[in-house]
Ligand binder design. Sequence first.
Ligand code: ZN
Length: 246
Amino acid sequence: MNRKINVTIYNENYHEQTMPEVREIYPEGIHHAVAAALPEQQTGVVRFATLDDHESSLSQEALDDTDVLIWWGHAKHEAVSDAVVERCAQRVLHGMGLIVLHSGHASKLMRRLLGTETHLLRWREAGERARLWTVLPGHPIAQGLPETFVVPRDETYGEPFGIPQPDELVFLTWFQGGEVFRSGCTWQRGAGKIFYLQNGHETYPVYWQPEIRRILSNAVLWACPPERQVTPDRGPGNVPPLEPAD
Ligand code: ZN
């Protein structure tokens, strides 16, 4: 791709303000750690959005100029404005890429786009070892990743995970306590590509780990649409035939 990729990173930025141990790992917030993982050569404008400013930082103008939106949310999903969620969803349906991280599985935006209200899963905060397996090695998001690698400590998520069947399962994770989890999944909705990555509980330095950073970088390249604004040639509605009927 010749043009630069514009990325907007939403982080609710709540735990960083309320938990010193999180601030110690991410002094500038999770959004800045994620930004440092973006593909350096290909990245254009990087915008940040937090819960406090999301009405303006996720404006229509900002979204229209965004190729890939990254979403980290956990404790404050319900505080995100419905209007913002809807304009983000519409941009995904019209081509903007979306990367949803960790507990963003329960965000209004992921629920809106993937059609599930609950996104049930099992979880445990036990600082367990997570072993990721690259189960689709030919996929662009798996480029440069080993067959398997360990995240020393992360929150445990376990199946069943109440998502629609992924279009592609790129990573599968085994946790020390016995659970397995579909940790790297893709979907396409409308013209937009969506990637979900399980890793990244706020109290562990997961987004500083090289393998996870490689996944984030790959995912941005994969999710970026060929053109920033994708307009359907023929929208819905009653339309005349291209050729008259015999
Ligand atoms: Zn978590």
